[in-house]
Design a protein around this ligand. Structure first.
Ligand code: NAG
Ligand code: NAG
Ligand code: NAG
Length: 960
């Protein structure tokens, strides 16, 4: 959010982003300097060689860690060091770190990004025998990873170049374009010399590259102006340039957060789609553009490079302002990373397929924390629900129109003068009463706690933080002050460990007497947003713990606030309960804490259409628990747009409607039919599928798998799907979703890559399997949108929807079984108490369902015998306790129906778990194995009523 006055001034909402508030590459001294190298190189006719080399060509080898001295011929007196770590886990992850060593200036580059982003700042090294090294003429080769993968890292000594290869094929090349450059620390007076020194000539020979060519003089290297702000840059230039090439791939994905396609288009070269590089610099951007490489609220410096034959990934641990240029050529994709400060700390994820990349990233940065189950249900937010009556009204009116709701949110106006923690007593006279009344309906509340702290001595949060001396400082050592919702404000430095216990205490029920166990938190504005700061944030020369500048840690900052709030919620109860904290800012590793959303989007069709790709990008970069404001934060969406947005929102991992203060109220109950009914249908669909969503969250939390999976992830060999970013699969559950994002669309095309039949989730019509990839054209009047079940899947759904999800815990399930073309299917159901940590000790139920052709039935004439089984999920064996509290609690939860879609004919008999005859209903229709020309037909349906089985314990049902 941004100031009310500005927002009012901008109404109606037709204005777009204020470009001039944010720096372009050309307006950033470091980006100008580093991009200059690339430009001159591109324009130069002579060959250009990197001045960097391994010199002297020695290596020290210390059991999985190899160290190389590096020098630049331009500055022979400066020493750099490259460290190569071969990691123990992940089937061949390599970590490359490079820093300037022993600078005579005494200055140091920031080297602690990994401390925050990674689960272990120093991941374990592979053992001595797990890698080997040999030095040949002019290069050193390290062989590592699983034997059959034949992974090699070749370090060419001069010019310096690193190539990672698998089975002899290069997959990642660093410094292929000679753009690697680590600006060494220097005194201001040491001006860049235009004269070519002896040393340079010696090494660079006739190619004309001298210091001035490589480091163009830049007046702003030591002090930089942007609009009315001056950045003091006390350490001078310390930028880092690295070019990374991915040979043999056609697509790269990742680098969230940008409002851009999932497969990143070029920013340079003949096919440039954007004129500026992708930027990673967490900012509060007002009415961002729907298609742009501009920086947004979060930053994950992770890329996947993908082709039909291989996938590799890189995680570049840098927390400073970073611009990335992208260019596709016929040989591969080139990227050029330009960062303002920090060491090189680059992790090479070897793949070789997307599934392994997710595991490798999870080993490094962790997995999605398993959220409280209710937080995967529907959230209703608005700036603002004005008082207690309003909040209770929302509860009542949702109930009246029979739309389920789990969470009601309070934006900034709930706090007295935006002094978070202090409720506005006039409008919320008894916050505990209100929270308890909401909780009595099985619901929760979320209140906003932003990082800006009102600077008045009477406010305990301010006086505490000041006394503890844990505030972000200005360059001169005094506390930094800026302007935000609260007026004059200060910010806690969450890099300072002294802030941690204190912040945790602020959330204890004893300290925060106006909070209850059903109140959860929203951390907005944590880039942080500072209304009167450069680029609406803190100045880069503000100081954090350890003397580091905001410049060094800018993109990490928001994650630390998110983490500490999350820790505080975990600790406020005993035994601990799972936290829910929504953050706007994020970094690599934020998935370990809680959810994020895509910030202040607009209620327009183009913003809506772009959200799917943004969410997919977050998901593949590890940040699965994300969503976009349903309806758009700004503006007044038409009923049609709102309905479409709810339909899409029902299939986003985080499902919340939100709206700006100046928008018309748009709670679903305010609309006449048919709008209200269509919204109701969408929300209820989410509730029917909550078990499926929880399966996907569980897989994400254990395996690092994304929840929203794009085509290239599910079908890594299907080239036609590589650029598709407007449809996706939900976890590994066999649900294919395509939001309808075109106004007035009466049909929608869905791309099908595999040769399975697909079934309409709502109508159970069957789209027969086809041998080759194809598009289905589906009829999508406003009441319909493509949600397809992939043949071969079993979905555990619930048909009774209650007013909130916790009230549904003992309702029976229905198993929807969509047969594959060979007539089989499988699925899962993971469940636990949904709120605590008992699952970590085995208090859960995890079933695997399968419907397979039974040996007995196979030979029989006419019809095939089948066995439907429920058994303990094979991956569950070790941890799930034989008898556990949760299993006992849900021992009586039954399966009320089994629906089998696509059987070839009516069975003759169905025997239940105890050999008893099970009642069924048969509706003739198309069979799963039918070959068709894409003609849609109703699938045959076998409905087993009351099959007499539950979700705990093994059982089987025989269909013959
Ligand atoms: C960061 O650099 C300092 C100084 O070179 C060193 O002492 C420290 O161990 C480094 N920290 C990490 C995490 O590499
Ligand atoms: C999260 O907080 C815990 C303690 O509260 C701390 O140990 C950990 O380093 C923090 N991680 C991040 C990324 O802030
Ligand atoms: C499916 O439709 C898309 C978009 O209209 C098109 O680009 C693509 O070529 C089609 N694919 C197939 C296999 O027909």
């Amino acid at each position: 959010m941004r100031p009310i006055l500005w927002a009012l001034a901008l109404a109606p909402f037709t204005l777009a982003v204020k470009h001039e508030d944010f720096k372009t590459c050309a307006q950033s001294s470091f980006c100008r300097r580093l991009k200059g190298i690339a430009k001159r190189q591109a324009e130069s006719t002579s060959t250009f060689t990197s001045p960097y080399s391994v010199s002297p060509p020695t290596i020290s080898d210390d059991e999985g860690r190899y160290t190389f001295p590096i020098t630049s011929s331009l500055y022979p007196e400066i020493r750099f060091e490259l460290r190569v770590d071969v990691l123990a886990e992940g089937n061949g992850i390599v970590r490359l770190r490079m820093d300037e060593v022993a600078s005579s200036t005494g200055l140091r580059r920031y080297n602690e990004t990994a401390r925050w982003a990674l689960v272990e700042a120093e991941p374990m090294l592979a053992g001595a025998g797990d890698s080997s090294v040999r030095t040949e003429k002019g290069k050193t080769v390290i062989r590592y990873g699983p034997k059959e993968a034949k992974l090699e890292l070749e370090i060419q000594h001069s010019p310096f170049k690193i190539t990672q290869s698998r089975e002899g094929r290069a997959q990642v090349v660093i410094n292929e374009k000679s753009l690697f450059h680590m600006e060494h620390f220097r005194k201001k007076k040491e001006k860049v010399e235009a004269v070519v020194g002896e040393a340079e000539q010696m090494v660079l020979g006739g190619d004309g590259v001298d210091r001035a060519w490589f480091e163009e003089e830049d007046d702003e290297a030591f002090e930089e102006r942007f609009r009315q702000w001056t950045d003091s840059k006390p350490k001078g230039p310390e930028a880092l340039s690295v070019d990374i090439t991915f040979p043999g791939v056609e697509h790269i994905y990742g680098l969230p957060e940008h409002a851009s396609p999932l497969s990143l288009p070029d920013t340079v070269g003949p096919h440039a789609h954007y004129s500026d590089p992708y930027r990673l610099y967490n900012v509060d951007i007002f009415e961002y553009l729907a298609d742009s490489p501009m920086a947004l609220y979060g930053a994950i410096p992770l890329l996947h490079a993908h082709s039909a034959s291989h996938s590799v990934g890189i995680l570049n641990l840098v927390g400073s302002d970073t611009f990335v240029d992208v260019e596709h050529t016929h040989t591969g994709v080139h990227t050029h990373w330009m960062s303002e400060s920090g060491i090189l700390d680059l992790l090479l994820l070897p793949g070789p397929r997307p599934s392994e990349l997710f595991k490798q990233n999870a080993i490094l940065t962790g997995t999605t924390a398993l959220p409280p189950q209710w937080s995967t249900a529907y959230h209703q937010c608005r700036w603002n629900y004005v008082d207690e009556t309003d909040v209770m009204d929302v509860q009542r009116r949702f109930d009246e129109v029979d739309i389920p709701l789990d969470v009601t949110w309070l934006d900034i106006e709930h706090a007295e003068e935006h002094r978070y923690f202090d409720w506005d007593a006039k409008h919320f006279p008894d916050p505990v009463r209100m929270q308890e009344a909401v909780a009595a309906k099985g619901r929760k509340m979320v209140a906003i706690i932003d990082p800006h702290i009102k600077k008045v001595d009477s406010f305990r949060i301010y006086s505490d933080a000041k006394d503890l001396d844990i505030l972000v400082k200005k360059a001169d050592g005094s506390n930094f002050e800026g302007w935000c919702w609260t007026g004059s404000s200060v910010w806690v430095d969450f890099f300072n460990p002294n802030s941690w216990d204190w912040w945790t205490r602020m959330f204890s029920f004893a300290t925060w007497k106006d909070s209850t166990p059903s109140l959860f938190i929203w951390n907005d504005m944590n880039e942080p947003s500072v209304f009167d700061g450069p680029e609406i944030s803190v100045p880069r020369d503000t100081i954090h713990h350890g003397g580091w500048e905001n410049r060094d840690v800018h993109n990490i900052n928001g994650m630390l606030f998110h983490n500490q709030t999350t820790q505080a919620l975990i600790q406020r109860e005993s035994p601990a309960q799972r936290p829910f904290v929504l953050s706007r800012s994020f970094f690599a590793g934020s998935q370990r804490f809680s959810a994020i959303w895509t910030g202040d989007n607009m209620g327009t069709w183009d913003h809506f259409a772009g959200e799917t790709a943004m969410l997919l990008s977050n998901n593949i970069a590890g940040m699965s628990f994300s969503g976009a404001d349903i309806g758009g934060f700004f503006g007044n969406p038409s009923p049609e747009l709102l309905v479409r947005w709810y339909q899409a929102g029902a299939f986003m991992p985080f499902m919340r409607a939100h709206a700006h203060l100046d928008t018309k109220r748009r709670e679903p109950y305010l609309y006449p039919e048919p709008t209200r009914g269509l919204i109701r249908d969408a929300v209820r669909t989410r509730y029917a599928l909550l078990g499926v969503w929880y399966n996907a969250f569980h897989d994400a939390s254990t395996q690092g798998w994304p929840i929203m999976r794009p085509q290239y992830v599910v079908f890594p060999e299907d080239k036609d799907g590589f650029a598709v970013d407007d449809q996706y699969y939900v976890g590994g559950e066999g649900l294919l979703v395509k939001p309808v994002t075109r106004e007035g669309a009466t049909t929608t095309e869905v791309y099908i890559a595999d040769d399975q039949p697909y079934y309409d989730y709502f109508t159970h019509s069957l789209h027969p399997a086809q041998a080759t990839p194809h598009n289905l054209t589906l009829s999508t009047p406003l009441s319909a949108y493509p949600v397809l079940i992939q043949g071969g899947s079993i979905l555990p759904i619930r048909q009774r929807i209650r007013r909130s999800s916790p009230l549904m815990w003992q309702d029976p399930y229905t198993l929807i079984i969509a047969l594959s073309k060979s007539g089989e299917a499988e699925g899962q159901l993971y469940s636990d108490d949904g709120t605590g940590y008992g699952y970590e000790g085995g208090e859960y139920v995890w079933r695997r369902f399968s419907l397979s052709l039974s040996a007995k039935g196979k030979g029989k004439k006419g019809g095939k015998g089948r066995m439907l089984r429920s058994e303990r999920h094979p991956d569950s064996m070790e941890k799930e306790k034989e008898r556990n509290g949760w299993a006992e609690k849900v021992g009586h939860v039954g399966v009320e129906q089994v629906v089998v879609l696509g059987l070839e004919e009516e069975p003759r008999d169905v025997k239940g778990a105890r050999g008893e005859r099970v009642e069924w209903k048969w509706e003739a229709g198309a069979a799963a194995g039918a070959s068709g020309k894409g003609e849609e037909e109703r699938a045959s349906r076998l409905v087993l009523k009351k099959p007499g089985v539950g979700i705990v314990g093994d059982w089987q049902i025989e269909i013959s």
